[in-house]
Design a protein around this ligand. Structure first.
Ligand code: F6P
Length: 413
């Protein structure tokens, strides 16, 4: 008889992170694992022995379907950095004691580049000390900045939300274009990678003029050049729409959000909270040009909009969860499942697997060749890359007119 599996979620959530959790649960059950435990709040909660038996909450196929469409981390998430093994062996001894107590054979962690650091360290420790448990990573992040995978689950749905909402914001603003000038700045997540902001380009089509300018963090942001672009646009049109990444930086490396007095909060991995760049730039334009401005920060909406999740994304998220269980069950450890693009038209993908040491803590940025020469837009190659990832939908299960979610009560210890 097989032992047990434990799964955790870590880092910023996505609209489809729970589809990966569902994929882990379903595949573990199908492969004959005894129990599937879920860590509450990732490795940080596990250290406090907080976990649940998932079969107490996922009881049938309908629960699996609802879970796949439930945004945010069902189990709760954390941003917790494990110390280096030589710095604090005690913490590793504690984690492995808990794993042994729960008869865990496979440890699956659904997360981004920071979370893969946890898989890297735990698998290294197991190897060093001859522990039998296997450790596998499942990719997840709206930022799409993980190395060695064509894209990450969560990105396609966030990109779809962004393109849709940008279209709606443009419709809203353009209604006011008669004898009135309006500059709308839309701030999009993604930290130091512009994958998500670039998705604003998808808004442009037969029924939408699209945004006028797109600024990604990969290109240094020049405030004077920005203001003169906006001035020039206002000299020939009344409404201007601009997508900016939360992570745009000045040539000296200062985040525009900091220059605008943004938040001082820094997480365990040393990442500053990036917020407020759109408000800063909108106020600046309003002062300099005397026109009406609006700052729209999609904030957590862009990573929790499961009501408009892409079917491709939901299915791939489920697929990578299952692939991780299969790999761990077959003896793999210290690796992360990746998505390989098999073809664009028709779009097809498959899973692969890579050494997590090559992925943890890295950042895959948008190639410079996919950004226009003047740094104010993305190229057709970029659009062609992301378009297949936003395709299809998988309607929410509505109860009382609203999407039904599967959830656990918050643990606020
Ligand atoms: O890493 C995912 C992400 O959504 C980034 O795009 C964003 O900068 C960050 O998380 C925000 O994190 P938090 O919600 O912890 O402030």
């Amino acid at each position: 008889m097989k032992g047990n599996i434990i799964v955790g979620q870590s880092g910023g959530p996505t609209a489809v992170i729970n589809s990966s959790l569902a994929g882990v649960f379903k595949t573990a059950m199908d492969r004959g694992f005894n129990k599937v435990y879920g860590m509450r709040y990732g490795i940080q909660g596990l250290l406090d022995e907080k976990y649940v038996d998932l079969s107490d909450y996922i009881k049938n196929e309908l629960d699996i379907e609802i879970l796949k469409r439930t945004p945010s981390a069902f189990l709760g998430t954390c941003r917790y950095k494990l110390p280096a093994i030589h710095e604090n062996q005690e913490i590793y001894i504690k984690i492995f004691d808990i794993l042994e107590k729960l008869n865990i054979e496979c440890f699956i962690y659904i997360g981004g580049n920071d979370s893969m650091d946890t898989i890297k360290k735990l698998s290294d420790y197991a190897l060093l000390t001859g522990k039998p448990q296997r450790f596998l990573g499942v990719p997840k992040t709206i930022d799409n900045d993980l190395a060695l995978t064509d894209h990450t689950p969560g990105y396609g749905s966030a990109a779809k939300y962004i393109a849709t909402s940008v279209k709606e914001v443009i419709r809203d603003g353009n209604g006011f274009s008669y004898k009135k000038q309006l500059v709308t700045i839309i701030e999009i997540m993604g930290r130091n990678a512009g994958w998500l902001t670039g998705a604003a380009a998808l808004a442009k089509g037969e029924d939408c003029e699209g945004v006028d300018l797109i600024y990604l963090p990969e290109v240094p942001f020049d405030i004077e050049a920005f203001l003169s672009k906006v001035r020039e646009l206002l000299s020939r049109k009344n409404t201007v729409f601009i997508a900016i990444s939360e992570g745009i930086r000045l040539a000296d490396g200062t985040y525009v959000s900091q220059a605008g007095g943004g938040s001082d909060y820094v997480d365990a991995f040393g990442h500053k909270q990036l917020t407020g760049s759109a408000t800063y730039l909108a106020n600046l334009i309003s002062r300099e040009m005397g026109c009406k401005t609006r700052a729209v920060e999609f904030s957590s909406l862009q990573r929790s909009a499961s009501h408009i999740a892409s079917r491709v994304d939901i299915n791939e998220a489920f697929m990578v969860g299952g692939a991780a269980v299969k790999a761990a069950d077959e003896g793999d450890s210290g690796r992360m499942v990746v998505i390989d693009r098999v073809s664009d038209d028709p779009y097809q993908s498959a899973t692969g697997i890579y050494d997590v040491h090559k992925i943890a803590n890295g950042e895959k940025l948008v190639p410079r060749s996919w950004i226009s020469e003047d740094g104010t837009n993305v190229t057709q190659d970029f659009v062609d890359y992301v378009r297949p990832l936003i395709q299809g939908d998988d309607p929410c299960i509505l109860v009382g007119g609203l999407p039904r979610h599967l959830h656990l009560p918050a643990d606020e210890d």
